[in-house]
Design a protein around this ligand. Sequence first.
Ligand SMILES: Cc1ncc(COP(=O)(O)O)c(C=O)c1O
Length: 382
Amino acid sequence: MAQLNKFIPYGRQNIDEDDISAVAEILRSKWITQGPMIDEFEVRVAEYCGAKYAVAFNSGTSALHGALFAAGIKPGDEVITTPMSFLATANAAVYLGACPVFVDIDPNNYCLDILRIEDAITARTRAIIPVDYAGYPVNMEKIMKIARRYNLLVIEDAAHALGARRNGQIVGNQADMTMLSFHPVKHITTGEGGMIMCNNEEYYRRLKLFRSHGITSSPEQMERNEGPWYYEMQELGYNYRITDIQCALGLSQLKKLESFLEKRRQIADIYNQALGKIEWLKTPLHPPYDDSHAYHLYPVLIDPEINRRQIFDYMRSRNIWVQVHYIPIHLQPYYQKMFGYRQGDFPAAEDFYAREISLPIYPGLSEEEQDYVIEAIKATKF
Ligand SMILES: Cc1ncc(COP(=O)(O)O)c(C=O)c1O
């Protein structure tokens, strides 16, 4: 097959002239940081997801840190999550001195195995962070039932799942708090950026405090008021603020979200059809009838008898920048040193890691480029 001269990444942003104009407009305006775009972006995303409140942060990671702070996570607490995620999911708990307790993945949908959650609950458990891996909406109804039974909070890491649906409802309103990421490979981007959505006013207040040094200038929230200049630090917070420049980009991107999702789903359908019959490769599971996948990633699993590394190297030699998502968090040296995790602790996640390859999926992937990827996969099998 002919070599394509450009690189095809596994994911990338889709920026058009409207996005550029929206950002340029803000650069010419009075406010480039804490202006009206932030509120507007929060309101629009919350509306889309059916949530009451949204607080935008300068990354998905800082947003998760904020959510766990708002949830009252303290040193010594335990937070249950999946080892098959980006490090930020578990790191957010570590930032607050809590211990991430991993639960192995369900080998069908690659999300945390709901049947194993209860075994991991102890007297110190405070929260569960399920991840909608690749954009597959986890069964939140079942997770919430367990959480309510044990008085735990659920913070959904939906970094991969903006626009996914469960029971016909857009993800974002079913957990106690839901986190989004707007990193460039995600469904919409603000450069770096993230958000927490919730329906609880107290979480909302704490999230806003945390985002900006723990400071409030709202007279009704202050312990005292020394004058119009007065502000009050009530908690230890950070500078996790997002800018108006970024939110103008986010608002412009949001208008195109449905078309981006449609394109991702079309790409997934074409892969499913073209690769579904290859016996040495497994395509991702379709969610149940009323649910829909957001396809942030398109993960395929290679048969254990076949050398995944050779396939990976071959694809890269064809300029197809496939990736592996993810190295299970418990295998990282830091997690092994700090929390005593070992190889073998979560066999399903480790098996998945040994066999996974993420194929390119993003709205700008052309039909010709996707055909090239499919041809390359078919030309492999070592
Ligand atoms: C599942 C998951 N959680 C959290 C994050 C962190 O988000 P951000 O990169 O916006 O900080 C990512 C980002 O890649 C992610 O994939």
